[in-house]
Design a protein. Sequence first.
Length: 392
Amino acid sequence: MKKNILFLGLAAMSLFTVASCSSDDDLQAGMSIGAGDNVVTLALNPGGSGMAVRGARPVTSSEAANNVDKVEVKLYRLVESNYSLVSETENGQTIYEQDVTWSNGTKTANIPLKHLAQGSYKLVARGYNNSTATAVTFDEGTPSTSINWTATQSTGDIEEVFAGELDITVDAEGKITSSDKTLTMNRRVAGFLAYFKNIPTRVNEDVVKSVRVVASNKATQYDIIGGTVASYTSSPASATVNGLDAPAEGKETVLCSFDMSSATNWVGGNPTDDFYTFTKVANQVDNTVLGGGFMVPFRQVSGVNTLCVELVGDGDAVLKTFNVKMPSTFKTEYDIYMNHFYSIGHKTSSSGTEGPDPGTPDPDKPVDLGSEEEIILSLSDAWDVVNDMVVD
């Protein structure tokens, strides 16, 4: 059995190339408190070349990118064992500003923390694209012994949300004395990429009308601060899934779908040749389809393959299924974790087919659906963990 390396990457449900794939990528956003003062510096390091801004960021490779243009911060004071929100203005003095000016492409922004009373605090931040304001809603709950922020995807494609928190200690002179003065916002959703070649025109005598990636479950609500995120680690063996509302019995959902009617040899539903051909698309291997998106993390469903690739015919009939497996264990049932990128097909650059570094080219390897029995996935280093997975 031949194996194709797949890189788990970033995705946003979006329209792509010759066929549509609705459904992102690596971004590291950080906030650091300047030494010797009480100014918090918000730093965004998207890496890669970035991508055009839209509601859900398009994902066309595992290359690092983001479209964050809205950052919000909140400061909480810890009194005994309970947190309470610090108002932006107290006793007629400005303590901090919750909305941070952050135009797309911004790398850093400073926010002063002033007139702080002695004690312990927690600074919390989230970053997202402002055009998704009606698609994602945030709930900050009621702070008590802990702080728990959640996000809910209400409409449209799954959106990329980043969040992070930092504990701060202030001395009697109002100076921040904490040794750790960096707050990093990490992605709270998962990403995926789908990249296929040699798509058969028929399975037996039945015409293949579409190719789709299907997940065994679906969540729309997830923790971004506290809650299940508090116990999250980069080790899949001990990580906690931060998606909250995925049913135990599962709710199958199509993550990405490619319509074969866009093929140049579609011929009105009576395709010629053995494999579909497509008009040349820049930065893609010839005769391939490419797309990706984001997922709210969810737990595996017992007895159901977590991810699969389907060749679909008339009446939504599934003509052939490729099961997506974990690389070393070859399991077909596994959890989907935040900040992990699940990519079916290897593509590290959105601006070419040889990878972003000419010195060490990393050529595209789309999955061959015409002859391959196994698909191997791996998680890009840009994300938390690297996993190899297999589809057969």
